[in-house]
Design a binder for this molecule. Sequence first.
Ligand SMILES: [Zn+2]
Length: 260
Amino acid sequence: MQSSTSASQNLPGVVPVGFFCIQRVAALGVIMLHEELVANLRNMLVEGQIPPGARIDERELCARFGISRTPLREALKVLASEGTIVLLPHKGARAAKLTRKDVADLFEVVEGLEAKAGELACERITEAQLAEIAAAHHAMVEHHKAGDLAAYYRCNRTIHELIVAAADNAVLAGLYQSVTARIRRARFVAPMSPEHWALAVLEHEAILNALVRRDSRALAYLLGRHLRHKREETERAGFAADAEQTTRNRKARTRAAGEG
Ligand SMILES: [Zn+2]
């Protein structure tokens, strides 16, 4: 590893510490770990700031994080091994594209995970957790009445995450987080039709009722079906194929995105 900046002559830019390297980030005045850099880049990819198929601008990223190319490329190698980016010989790197098949595969898994989470949540949910989900549900219904889609999506996401949390299974929670993060990459949401939105709210009423009754079979079925409808909606909205053309207005639309 080489020193990264002339500003850090006295302190080497890169200090190997165990398995990790500490990169002195002159621009931010903080120490950034290799792991932290990887996590930051992964977030940018997951949140759509770097859309699927987009070229990775090494120069811009180096400037943004105040680092040299060497630690950046080390981080990119990690992301390539995860399949989040693709390294191209002599051409740098691109954010991996998601195909319709990729997204369909992800949804199939998340449907199963949510169904299982619902089943377990019925056995394990506390009164306090139930009250929290009910409060989020009622807030979400108000956002639907007000036609506020972004706020609705935020509440919706909270409810789904709270159900997974109530399942109290760390493996399931970890898988859920990883898969939903990958789905968010593909989500260049088209506005929901009023009919679909109304249906989703009705589905959520049934989900809350099943949870209150601790009816695990009903809840597993309802969550699976709710997610299937979400997948159909996402497929209709279109993704992946038009990734590069829609790069410019992606950010605004991604902000309104949410699952389920
Ligand atoms: Zn939902």
